[in-house]
Design a protein around this ligand. Structure first.
Ligand SMILES: [Zn+2]
Ligand SMILES: [Zn+2]
Length: 164
């Protein structure tokens, strides 16, 4: 997704709004089962004393699973970004800088980077999710399983020692 900056590139104080759908086919997040609505990027490029910056956010809704109990979840994220646009990049420029080529900037790349770099690496159904029993696989949010209950407390203490 190229954004034509001609109208603001030489105009201090000007602003160019943008809104577009991010191609989600190239994302490969381990945590995301599938996107449930279009990934939308919106914001504007602003010219402050000749320096251009793109300020906006990427919004995505998707299905995923709880990292502990594997329950299916629907989540959405809204990731804000600020990207600096420059006609030449120096080696020392950070990853927040993007190249203006022929008065265009690849705003799709800015949106992809914002999402890839800031996507949470795991999701939980609840902060207090108890997860699955490592022995029998029962979902412990639904109640205790039999593995724990009839364990001899002395054995449990020994197991704890061995774990450490
Ligand atoms: Zn869970
Ligand atoms: Zn169990």
């Amino acid at each position: 997704m190229k954004l034509d900056l001609r109208s603001i590139i030489d105009s201090d104080g000007s602003r160019l709004p943008f809104r577009f759908e991010v191609d989600d086919s190239e994302f490969d997040f381990d945590t995301v089962t599938e996107f449930t609505s279009p990934v939308i990027c919106e914001g504007s490029v602003e010219n402050h004393a000749g320096a251009l910056s793109a300020v906006g956010s990427v919004k995505a809704s998707f299905s995923c699973v709880c990292a502990r109990c594997l329950k299916a979840l629907e989540k959405s994220v809204s990731i804000p970004f600020t990207a600096y646009l420059a006609e030449e990049l120096q080696d020392e420029d950070s990853e927040d800088y993007y190249l203006i080529e022929g008065e265009n900037v690849d705003i799709g790349e800015v949106a992809r980077d914002a999402l890839v770099l800031n996507m949470p690496t795991r999701f939980l159904c609840d902060e207090d999710c108890k997860g699955l029993c490592p022995k029998c696989g029962k979902n412990l949010n639904e109640g205790p399983c039999d593995c724990g209950e009839d364990q001899d407390p002395r054995l449990a203490a020994l197991a704890q020692l061995l774990e450490n």
